[in-house]
Ligand binder design. Structure first.
Ligand SMILES: NC(=O)c1ccc[n+]([C@@H]2O[C@H](COP(=O)([O-])OP(=O)(O)OC[C@H]3O[C@@H](n4cnc5c(N)ncnc54)[C@H](OP(=O)(O)O)[C@@H]3O)[C@@H](O)[C@H]2O)c1
Length: 281
């Protein structure tokens, strides 16, 4: 085993996506110990990822046991569970270990208050495309976190995506674009596939066309950065008086741009609302 030992407490969609990215980028399964709530899910995930997964259902101390072994401890449970999890593991953590939350809405201050005095903590907002090496991560460091720990975590996650160190006040905004963003793209894919089927294409073909088209457009956006922005690339497809123009006019008439901006604003507002609820607990 080379590299730091990593604990993943909770191994659902998000920590699972991070783990897939880590394993693809050269982290060895022996470096990882994970937990889940149910023994059924622990068994399934252990088989899927080839890592040890302890179930809390079988052993109340599963999270402590996993955390005690690691230099980096990812918290991947639901936001309302994070501070209880912190309190549960605080005495078990190794000196120098860094606790990395992936949870929406849970602040560094809340985690620091639930952990031992001086505990290094990092708050992240990752997205699930980390599982295919194309993720985005927002990262804010706590009061007692060293630059070396930030760099270690950024390097680990950076092998499966881009990492942006940002002030904590901007995490909800990043979450509304990049954390939730894959769902917006999947929603667009669903609607494009449905439209293709309504126009007479085989539904499977239509879904494939939607996926490949969104992938290709994303690749062009990235490869044209600094040369042509999204608006220019869209104009390049939109021949005057042609077919695309009809689609874009229909979108504009329904104020789709404003709808998308309102959706992202609602996601950010919900994060702030959950933070408020957690503070009131
Ligand atoms: N999904 C995303 O795209 C995304 C993106 C960014 C951030 N996040 C954040 O990621 C966190 C997890 O979300 P998710 O979507 O991954 O949820 P999820 O798929 O429901 O996964 C939650 C995981 O936590 C486990 N768990 C529950 N209670 C536990 C306990 N007491 N001890 C150990 N493990 C426990 C569950 O185990 P069982 O399977 O046995 O129930 C499951 O593995 C949330 O805080 C969310 O804000 C998610």
């Amino acid at each position: 085993m080379t590299g730091p030992k990593i604990a993943m407490l909770g191994l659902g969609s998000m920590n699972g996506a991070i783990l897939t990215g880590l394993l693809s980028s050269g982290v060895s399964p022996e470096q990882v110990v994970a937990t889940s709530r149910s023994s059924e899910s622990a068994q399934r995930r252990s088989q899927h990822y080839g890592v040890q997964v302890l179930a809390e259902e079988n052993d109340d101390a599963a999270n402590r046991t996993a955390a005690a072994q690691a230099e980096i401890v990812f918290l991947g449970v639901k936001p309302y569970q994070i501070t209880d999890l912190c309190a549960g593991i605080k005495d078990a953590l190794k000196p120098g270990a860094v606790v990395v939350s992936v949870a929406a809405a849970v602040t560094l201050e809340m985690m620091e208050a639930a952990l031992a005095e001086g505990q290094p903590v990092i708050r992240t907002m990752p997205n699930t495309p980390l599982s295919v090496g194309a993720g985005v991560v927002g990262l804010s460091a706590g009061t007692h976190t060293s630059q070396q720990q930030v760099e270690l975590v950024a390097e680990l996650l950076g092998a499966s995506g881009s990492v942006h160190v940002i002030p904590e006040e901007q995490i909800d905004a990043l979450s509304a674009i990049a954390g939730s963003g894959p769902a917006y793209a999947f929603y667009l894919a669903e609607q494009m596939a449905a439209a293709g089927a309504e126009l007479g294409l085989d539904p499977e073909l239509a879904a494939g066309l939607a996926a490949e088209t969104i992938y290709g457009a994303g690749k062009m956006l990235l490869e044209n950065q600094g040369k042509a922005d999204a608006a220019q690339l869209r104009r390049n497809v939109t021949s005057p008086n042609g077919t695309t123009e009809q689609a874009i006019s229909t979108f504009d008439a329904a104020d789709m741009g404003q709808t998308i901006r309102a959706g992202a604003a609602a996601a950010a507002a919900r994060a702030a609302e959950i933070t408020g609820q957690l503070r009131g607990q």
